[in-house]
Write a protein that binds this ligand. Structure first.
Ligand SMILES: [Cu+2]
Length: 195
């Protein structure tokens, strides 16, 4: 079989496997914020369903004294590599119990240190060298999550039809929880307000 026929077969198999899966898309309005970015929209735990975390780690970079990305959602069990891309030392620690208040020490340019998020957690990440640095890892119980862009748009892909609890987390605004029934592609608009 030629490589092209093989690729075509793989694509067709993937399409067939995804027939039942839908997208949840829409916008989040973050009232009182400069823009609508950095909200995490996700499906909360589904009774009777466990999901395997990805084998490959996710990465948060420290570059020009900024954590990139600022907000990283992951499936519980995912390992995050914290990379230093600056020519000086950075540190990463969290005061949050759900991430075991980890402190990874400090390390030079080109190196990374890792932490595996073992339970649902919205952990703030700080650097004890640069107090202005801040980021968040949001570990959630399902692989169905997305972050919003500055316009507030989000898209969760590959969701099987069903009824779920959608949650929205934001660094500064009150968490929102809402039931949703997915039967094919589904639209959802949400509003976040002050705590
Ligand atoms: Cu730093």
């Amino acid at each position: 079989m030629s490589i092209y026929r093989l690729m075509a077969a793989v694509v067709l198999a993937l399409v067939a496997a995804n027939v039942q899966a839908a997208d949840i898309s829409g916008t989040v309005t973050a009232h009182g914020m400069r823009n609508n970015a950095d909200a995490v929209v996700y499906i909360d735990s589904i009774p009777g369903k466990d999901f395997s975390p990805p084998q490959e780690p996710m990465t948060i970079d420290q570059k020009d004294m900024v954590f990139e990305p600022h907000v990283l959602p992951v499936l519980v069990g995912t390992t995050v590599d914290f990379l230093n891309s600056d020519a000086f030392l950075h540190n990463v620690f969290t005061p949050d119990k759900c991430a075991e208040k980890f402190n990874l020490g400090s390390w030079p340019k080109g190196e990374a240190r890792s932490y595996t998020f073992k339970q649902p957690c919205a952990a703030v990440l700080l650097c004890n060298v640069h107090p202005e640095m801040e980021a968040f890892v949001v570990a959630v119980p399902t692989p169905y999550f997305a972050t919003t862009d500055r316009a507030g748009a989000f898209k969760i892909t590959g969701v099987p039809d069903g009824t779920y609890t959608i949650k929205v987390w934001h660094p500064k605004l009150k968490e929102v929880s809402q039931e949703i029934t997915v039967a094919g592609d589904t639209k959802l608009d949400l509003e976040l307000k002050k705590k």
